[in-house]
Design a protein around this ligand. Structure first.
Ligand SMILES: Nc1nc2c(ncn2[C@@H]2O[C@@H]3COP(=O)(O)O[C@H]4[C@@H](O)[C@H](n5cnc6c(=O)[nH]c(N)nc65)O[C@@H]4COP(=O)(O)O[C@H]3[C@H]2O)c(=O)[nH]1
Length: 925
């Protein structure tokens, strides 16, 4: 029983733990998750009903089987009884037949036909041996008794032939001449029911003479078969072949009943069964066993044309079956009771569990409604979905705000198409980041975070999405919880801040800060892709005047228009920025990877800019045109310091301004380096003059006989760190800075002193010293005066001093220069026109110059043997010089070939490494 109850317990537990119950707790977040628990009690009841049906079926089966068994037992028993009866009967009859035949022989032996009394005595003795016998009688063929065992039998006994009940059997014995059992009949002579058994009696000649009959008492019980222990409710009957009963147990006592039974044949239905022979039968009609159906066993009695029927009534079998059913029924009842108790117990448990579930559910619902309330109040959408192993997004919960944010219809809420619905809303520019994040988060089971835009109809909405995977994977997937927030306002604010921080308020163009960022990016790209970018600094010429003349409002409007026009012409990936005032910057990206091509591309843009900005601007009531000064620096990624790049463009722009505005200047790194060096040298030079770092070298000038006619003074700077610095490096710096004036004075002084030193020199007293004069020196008002003073102060002879000037010096203030030269010339100072042939000389012009010497530039000399053209040029210069009565001198004579050629052409003097290099005075010959 305990075991049975525990079965119910386990059913209950499994009911409590079933999947749907679990589902309830798992999906508590889902508003669609059923919060109404299933009526598990009704499930249990159904189970109990089913069980009851099974119980009933079991009971029926049990009853049926018991019935089967009972009937089978009955079958066995009846068969056994029938067989016993048949055997006993056969044995008895055969014994009795033998006895009768023996008695018949004895009677013949005792000559009973002649002495009937002897027969009487014999028969009387024989009768005493068996109480079941009414008596013996020897009946003649005429039916009259010859002898009889009892007095009653002897007289008066009826004639058997005429006597109804015994005639038939008597005649059969006479006819068949063998043992025969007659039908039972009431033998009135003795007042008893008897079964006659007869044998034929033959005399010594074998002549049938009589029939010996034994009258067996029907209810005498002397026969062994009649004394068989027969259980109650069992009926035994012996039926003859002619359908009459021969014996019946239990015998009815009433005469009437006996008459009915033994004087009528058994029902035809029974006879039909009897004809079927040995076997077990269910007999439906009323017969033998009393009213109602019965079960029969038919057992033929061999040799005697009799059949034994052992029978029992159906009601008796039912009764026995019921008796058999008592124990199983009891067990079944106990079983049913225990089942019922188990059901009650399970129902009680379920009710309790239901109550608990209900309590929990109510608590959960309260919690969910609070949760809903909260999610409605907070401006953040909340959602939960299950990511299945097949990659489907099954939404398990979405808050009202979530649906509102995504513009969702309820129909979509739970379906996977929600994911598609969201995908469709993704802004194309932000979608890629979304998918990448999603892929990474899914693959690595980590937080998903995305900020981006959704396109909802005509509207754009910024949202941030953050979802987190649950730690434990659930059945066929993993739950993710997430929040979605509308960040449109924040993004707009950020945009505004961004605008303020990164854009110029007036023109809405990127400001310096954003320009720097873009520039950094451009440098990175240029480095990575090995291509050029360019930074253009544009300054509007004379904007200040325009601004002052037309007012700031008009000035601002103009600046905006300039910005708009610039923006118009650049490509999307270029940047136009305003740095303030009238300074604009254009950052051009993705230029060629070759500097010259990149520069050419920039040139094209510059032309466009110029064209566009040269279009008239409306300012006030008038129109005006503007010009630009543009500084350009090319970016190739080698310089990654943004400040330096900006400085370079700035510098280039100032150079453009310096060059007279409306100009464009490219920044050049070499120039820059040169400028830096120049600045350093410029500073060092001042120092050099006071610290004796300068020295005059002298290079010989020879006449046609190769006699030294003079020298050219060439300055050398012994720089403390750089070593020897050549004049080509620092003279023009000195010119730019103005130092050249002081330097020129120093050189002149030195050269004049040298002349004085050489005045008494054996070989050098006639030498002239040619001194280079710079343009600034020459243009100085007091140039001639200074030379004269120096000559006077040093005591040098003016005719030994040759001042070398270049053609370019004569281009500006020509008249004043000529005047100064003339003044000096008057005192004997000579002038040599240096680098002749490279400048702007013309015959008429030369004619007016107070010069003594034409100095052929060394470039012509160097190339003179390269081609006829240069020779022709030199010849022309020489003939020009001779025509004007000027001495001609060639510099840069480096070989004998040069010398011979020049000599042949008629050159007067020669200077060059072929003869001597510039050397300090003490190394001169
Ligand atoms: N390749 C080659 N070069 C030769 C040969 N013979 C002479 N030279 C060089 O040619 C230059 C001649 O001077 P320049 O034309 O006046 O050109 C001068 C002159 O314009 C300027 N300079 C030199 N000294 C002074 C100076 O004291 N005052 C001024 N104002 N300028 C000077 O600097 C320039 C360069 O002077 P340096 O370097 O001394 O260079 C000198 C000299 O060394 C030769 O056969 N082959």
């Amino acid at each position: 029983m305990a075991c049975w109850l525990s079965l119910f317990d386990s059913i209950t537990v499994s009911l409590l733990n079933n999947k749907k119950y679990k589902h309830l707790s798992e999906n508590y977040m889902s508003p669609r998750a059923s919060l109404v628990s299933e009526n598990r009690e009704s499930v249990l009841r159904t189970f109990a009903r089913l069980f009851s049906v099974i119980l009933i079926l079991t009971a029926l089966l049990l009853a049926f089987l018991t019935w089967q068994r009972t009937v089978s037992n009955e079958h066995q028993r009846l068969a056994h009884t029938g067989q016993l009866m048949a055997q006993g009967m056969r044995s008895h009859l055969s014994t009795f037949e033998l006895l009768l035949n023996s008695m018949a022989d004895e009677l013949v032996y005792r000559d009973v036909f002649t002495n009937p009394a002897a027969g009487d005595a014999f028969l009387a003795r024989a009768q005493e041996t068996d109480v079941g016998l009414v008596g013996f009688g020897l009946v003649g063929l005429d039916g009259e008794f010859i002898s009889a065992s009892t007095r009653e039998l002897r007289a008066p006994l009826p004639n058997v032939v005429t006597h109804g009940e015994s005639r038939e059997s008597f005649q059969r014995v006479v006819e068949e001449g063998r043992f025969h059992i007659g039908r039972p009949y009431f033998f009135e002579a003795v007042g008893e029911w008897i079964i006659p058994m007869r044998v034929p009696v033959y005399d010594d000649q074998g002549q049938l003479r009589a029939v010996l009959t034994a009258g067996n008492r029907l209810d005498g019980g002397h026969a062994s078969w009649a004394r068989m222990p027969i259980s109650s409710a069992t009926y035994l009957s012996v039926v003859r072949a002619d359908g009459y009963l021969n014996y019946l147990h239990p015998l009815p006592l009433e005469q009437q009943r006996r008459n009915e039974l033994f004087t009528e044949v058994v029902p035809s239905s029974l006879q039909d069964i009897l004809t079927q022979g040995r076997g077990f039968y269910h007999y439906q009609d009323t017969a033998l066993t009393g009213p109602g159906a019965s079960y029969l066993w038919i057992e033929p009695v061999a040799d005697y044309d009799l059949a034994v029927i052992s029978a029992t009534s159906r009601s008796a079998v039912v009764q026995r079956w019921m008796t058999n059913m008592v124990m199983p029924s009891l067990l079944w009842l106990i079983f049913a009771l225990v089942t019922w108790l188990g059901y009650q117990r399970a129902a009680r448990l379920l009710r309790r569990a239901d109550r608990e579930v209900q309590d929990k559910r109510e608590a959960l619902q309260r919690s969910i409604s609070q949760y809903h309330e909260l999610t409605r109040l907070i401006p953040i959408g909340v959602y939960q979905f299950k990511l299945t192993q097949q990659g489907r997004h099954e939404m398990t919960y979405t808050s009202e705000r979530f649906r509102e944010l995504l513009g969702l219809q309820d129909a979509l809420e739970q379906s996977d198409s929600l994911a598609q619905y969201v995908y469709n809303q993704l802004h194309p520019e932000d979608a890629l980041a979304f998918y990448k994040q999603q892929e990474r988060a899914t693959k690595e089971t980590r937080d998903f975070y995305w900020e981006g835009r959704l396109i909802q109809g005509q509207k754009e909405r910024w949202v941030s999405v953050h979802s987190v995977p649950s730690n434990e994977p659930s059945e066929n997937g993993r739950l993710w919880n997430g929040v979605v927030a509308d960040i449109t306002e924040r993004k707009e604010a950020e945009h505004q801040i961004n605008l303020l921080a990164f854009y110029d308020a007036l023109t809405q163009l990127p400001n310096r800060r954003l320009l720097r960022q873009r520039l950094e990016k451009a440098v990175r790209i240029a480095t990575a892709k090995e291509e050029f970018a360019a930074l253009l600094f544009i300054d509007v010429d004379k904007f200040k005047q325009l601004n002052d003349s037309y007012g700031h409002a008009e000035g601002d409007r103009m600046l905006r228009e300039i910005g708009d026009r610039l923006e118009e012409l650049v490509r999307d990936y270029d940047t136009v920025a305003r740095l303030g005032g009238d300074e604009f910057v254009v950052l051009l990206s993705r230029l060629s990877n070759q500097s010259d091509k990149a520069a050419a591309e920039v040139e094209v843009v510059l032309q466009k800019i110029e064209r566009l900005l040269n279009e008239p601007f409306r300012i006030g009531q008038q129109t005006t045109r503007i010009t630009l000064s543009t500084g350009i620096t090319l970016i190739d990624g080698s310089e990654d310091d943004i400040d330096i790049i900006l400085q370079q463009a700035d510098q280039a722009m100032y150079r453009a301004k310096d060059a007279g505005r409306n100009t464009q200047c490219f920044y050049d790194a070499n120039i820059q380096q040169m400028i830096t060096e120049q600045l350093e040298l410029q500073q060092d030079l001042r120092h050099a003059m006071n610290h004796d770092e300068l020295e005059l070298y002298y290079q010989l000038q020879l006449d046609r006989e190769q006699q030294v006619a003079g020298v050219e003074a060439l300055i050398r700077w012994h720089h403390p760190t750089r070593g020897m610095v050549m004049p080509g490096v620092f003279i023009h710096i000195a010119e730019q800075s103005g130092e050249i004036v002081a330097l020129g004075d120093w050189i002149l002084q030195r050269a004049c002193r040298q002349l004085v030193e050489w005045q008494n020199h054996a070989t050098r007293s006639d030498w002239t010293i040619a001194v280079n004069v710079s343009v600034r020196q020459l243009r100085a008002e007091d140039f001639a005066e200074k030379v004269l003073i120096t000559l006077a102060e040093t005591g040098a002879k003016p005719d030994k001093l040759v001042l070398e000037i270049t053609e370019s010096m004569l281009l500006v203030d020509t008249e004043q220069v000529i005047e100064k030269m003339a003044r000096l010339k008057r005192v004997g100072v000579k002038f040599s026109l240096d680098d002749f042939g490279t400048g702007y000389s013309s015959l008429g012009y030369l004619n007016r110059l107070p010069i003594d010497e034409l100095k052929i530039d060394q470039s012509f000399v160097r190339d003179m043997n390269q081609g006829e053209h240069h020779k022709v040029l030199i010849r022309t210069i020489l003939s020009l010089g001779h025509t004007l009565s000027l001495t001609t001198i060639a510099e840069g004579v480096e070989s004998e070939e040069h010398f011979r050629s020049l000599l042949a052409l008629g050159c007067d003097r020669f200077q060059g490494y072929y003869f001597a290099k510039p050397v300090p005075p003490d190394q001169l010959p």
